[in-house]
Design a binder for this molecule. Structure first.
Ligand code: HEM
Ligand code: FES
Length: 343
């Protein structure tokens, strides 16, 4: 973590980000309602249910777009920093949709609304009577758990790897929602509009993720030695104050930085939320994570005091004009002085 970066406190940038997010959400909901009323598509209650549902799924798509976009271009990284705010708003809007839908479509029968949505009157064996609301309910529970655990408190409580695994279930929620909306559209006989919108969303998401994966591979230098040492290439091929990332045959990726003191290597996974340190830069002599700005000394892997975060270092040598990195990470806390580059 850095001295001047306080991730959980409010600053001007966060206020602007949230103001834009709330304004965008409000404009979407208001436009949906106004256009729906003008077209006399349905009565107010149903329009409201549809407006909240559509808004939540659009927000979810934006959330899922942000990750790969930020990997493809630095311009999108500011969106990534406060992505959790997107998640919380999405969960709240989805909750409003789900709660109103439960009341409106399941609140007047003889059985409990949740039991009714889970299949009280439906049949899981047929597509046309499949209780599609159950899929929405599963997704809603996942979104709410993610929103509730999005704070840094839960990140440190659960540990970053477990927190990340939990938050990867957003893809499961997304799949459940595709089923929820598609089956709902079929059962309510809504025509092809929603199917086409879902297909475009899924296609864009897949393309972006594939492009980001391909770019990530491009960042990796060829692993010349499949053993303990990897040849990274000439020292000057590493851009000043930036890194080249290599993937060892096993273990975490390694980021090799060139900075004012020379060349250093650290594990490329941020101790905060597993952010890609190899895509960060050196600021004030410290490796700065591109996601939330945590900083680490390239020679010790330690965050500057008073912070206590750490990442592992790796041994570097320069042999016959090439930089070589040892693929076995050092014990946490090991200092590796930067290897100087002769010009
Ligand atoms: C308790 C959970 C949920 C219930 C009971 C529920 C129920 C419903 C119902 C009854 C409809 C059909 C509404 C109509 O066309 O009149 C619907 C549609 C929809 N739902 Fe849900 N839902 C739930 C969760 C979710 C969640 C979590 C999302 C998104 C994040 C979502 C997104 C949508 C969308 C996009 C539609 C289509 C809206 C439209 O036709 O314009 N639902 N849902
Ligand atoms: S600072 Fe949050 S992941 Fe690195």
């Amino acid at each position: 973590m850095s001295h001047d970066f306080v991730p959980v406190q409010w600053n001007r940038q966060k206020y602007i980000y949230d103001a834009l997010l709330l304004a965008g959400t409000f404009i979407f909901l208001a436009s949906f309602m106004v256009l729906g009323m003008r077209a006399q598509a349905a009565d107010m209650s149903i329009l409201m249910i549809r407006a909240f549902g559509s808004c939540a799924i659009v927000l979810l798509h934006i959330i899922l777009f942000i990750g790969p976009l930020a990997r493809l271009s630095d311009r999108f990284k500011p969106l990534l920093y406060n992505r959790r705010h997107f998640g919380v708003i999405t969960a709240i809007i989805a909750l409003l949709h789900g709660a109103f839908a439960l009341m409106w479509y399941h609140g007047f029968g003889t059985i409990n609304p949740i039991a009714s949505a889970l299949g009280g009157y439906g049949d899981y064996g047929t597509a046309i009577e499949f209780p599609f609301e159950s899929l929405g309910l599963i997704a809603l529970i996942i979104l709410l758990i993610m929103a509730a655990t999005s704070h840094d408190f839960w990140l440190s409580r659960l540990t970053p790897p477990m927190w990340k695994s939990l938050h990867m279930s957003v893809y499961f929620a997304y799949a459940a929602l595709v089923g929820h909306v598609a089956l709902g559209a079929a059962q309510f006989d809504k025509g092809w509009g929603l199917f086409i919108a879902l297909a475009i969303g899924a296609l864009l998401l897949s393309l972006l993720h594939v492009a980001a994966i391909l770019k990530g591979r491009g960042l990796d230098k060829d692993v010349l030695a499949q053993s303990v040492w990897i040849n990274v290439g000439a020292p000057l091929s590493i851009p000043m104050n930036k890194a080249i990332t290599v993937t060892p045959p096993s273990g975490e990726r390694i980021a090799i930085f060139r900075h004012a003191k020379g060349i250093s290597a650290i594990v490329a996974v941020c101790s905060h939320q597993n952010g890609p340190l190899g895509e960060g830069c050196i600021r004030d002599g410290l490796v700065t994570c591109p996601w939330h700005g945590f900083q680490f000394d390239p020679e010790t892997g330690a965050a500057p005091p008073p912070f206590t975060d750490r990442v592992q270092t790796h041994k570097i040598i320069i042999e016959k004009g090439d930089v070589w990195v040892n693929t076995t990470p050092d014990i946490l806390g090991t200092t590796r002085l930067a290897v100087q580059v002769k010009s």
